[in-house]
Write a protein that binds this ligand. Structure first.
Ligand code: GDP
Length: 289
């Protein structure tokens, strides 16, 4: 993971000389810029981060240790800027969560992983199968629910995902579930019909949280699509899937900084336990090697 930044860092830090050598700091900053851009960190995020790193290092004194300290501090600042990580429960159950994302992003799998995460924490969880767009999605969620032994609401005779979502919420409320996770339809690309459907479901069930599942492997596109979802329907958090396959790692920084929503979880594999709470300092350590 994160080959680009980690691989370059030793060389970058090695460029920094003694206290008064501003030129050596500038050289390191310019190398760091290349590493960030290569790692898919958004150009604006890169620019802001480098400015802050240069300024802060000068403030506390140019040197290799100070540079590393400031670098870590500034990366963590970006990743923690937008609020809570992990799962936030509403004051009155059920906590209703709308799971959104593009087709293939890992939305249905992540719905299962999140249900599993909550179940292992002794929560009563219901998942609702409202992705009627992708042919196999309902069947996939049924199998996942069986595998992790979590209840599922589906209606094979109903073609309207809004009605299914509403019925699921009624069941979750009536039967005192702690959490309802609603899997919704994705598309290969963002289109108006998808956004309208999501808005309608949102208005019908009034979720406590809307999560956007972003595929880390799509690099800059993940930031762009998350931004569009935020603008069109409003999202409260991002779950970054397929982080295990992401050798660049910069997408987490870009999303946190450009989309301005907290990263809540990361997907680190295809299996149900492969979901971790997004912990900024852990990510920074991985990023910097
Ligand atoms: P959906 O269309 O968004 O519902 O996508 P799926 O849930 O069907 O996932 C698409 C593919 O991504 C499947 O093969 C999943 O196993 C895989 N996948 C999902 N999350 C992860 C992850 O965190 N890591 C890896 N390596 N694969 C994942």
């Amino acid at each position: 993971m994160f080959d680009s930044i980690t691989g370059s860092l030793r060389g970058i830090i090695g460029k920094i000389r003694h206290q008064d050598d501003v030129a050596s700091l500038s050289r390191a900053i310019s190398e760091l810029k290349k590493a960030f851009l290569k790692a898919d960190v958004h150009h604006k995020t890169t620019k802001d981060l480098l400015n802050a790193i240069e300024l802060e290092t000068k403030k506390i004194g140019i040197g290799q240790d100070n540079f590393i300290k400031v670098l870590k501090q500034e990366l963590e600042k970006v990743l923690t800027a937008n609020g809570n990580q992990g799962f936030v429960f509403s004051s009155t159950p059920p906590t209703v969560v709308l799971m959104t994302g593009l087709q293939g992003s890992g939305k249905t799998t992540t719905t299962g992983k999140l249900a599993n995460y909550l179940k292992t924490r002794k929560k009563k969880v219901l998942v609702a199968a409202c992705d009627l767009q992708r042919l196999a999605a309902v069947e996939q969620l049924k199998q996942i629910a069986k595998q992790i032994d979590v209840d599922i609401y589906f209606d094979d005779n109903e073609k309207d995902p809004i009605k299914i979502a509403l019925a699921a919420k009624q069941k979750a409320t009536r039967e005192l579930y702690d959490v309802l996770l609603v899997d919704t339809a994705g598309r290969l690309a963002i289109d108006e019909e998808l956004m309208l459907q999501l808005k309608d479901i949102k208005n019908a069930i009034n979720p406590n949280e809307i999560f956007y599942v972003a595929d880390a492997l799509t690099g800059h596109d993940a930031t762009k699509t998350a931004t569009t979802f935020k603008e069109k329907i409003g999202i409260d958090g991002v779950i970054l899937s397929k982080y295990d396959g992401d050798t660049k790692g910069g997408v987490a920084l870009s999303i946190a900084d450009q989309v301005n929503v907290p990263l809540r979880f990361i997907g680190i594999g295809e299996k149900m336990p492969d979901l971790e709470v997004f912990i900024p300092d852990r990510i920074v350590s991985r990023l910097l090697g």
